[in-house]
Design a protein around this ligand. Sequence first.
Ligand SMILES: [Zn+2]
Ligand SMILES: [Zn+2]
Length: 127
Amino acid sequence: MVPLVGAVAELLGVDDAIPESTAEWEGGIKESVVRKRERSRRNRLLCISIHGRICKVCGFDPVTVYGPDGSQIIEVHHIEPLSESSAPRPYDPASDLIPLCPNCHRAIHCRVPAFSPDELRSLMGIS
Ligand SMILES: [Zn+2]
Ligand SMILES: [Zn+2]
């Protein structure tokens, strides 16, 4: 197996099971039902208005990299994640929400319970 393919296979946990074929059909239509937690558009706007559009973990500013449309890239993280709360409750955009870049947001949810912003900063070697 080609080393890179082997490394990817190991990450995916499929070992040597990857066939040699180079093309695989994708793009078919598959219907699914998704249950999502309600999110407040108002809280998103207030969070970014209060905290700014810069990632609170790594300091990434998407507008400086991608231009004005980059402001849409920033995501709003619930410090007590919606997915871990047992029931809906009020979230204060000043104290319960923070802006994160997509990478940090993905990383903070890599563990259940989610990492705290300080824990993620520590993992990343940011003080
Ligand atoms: Zn970040
Ligand atoms: Zn989040």
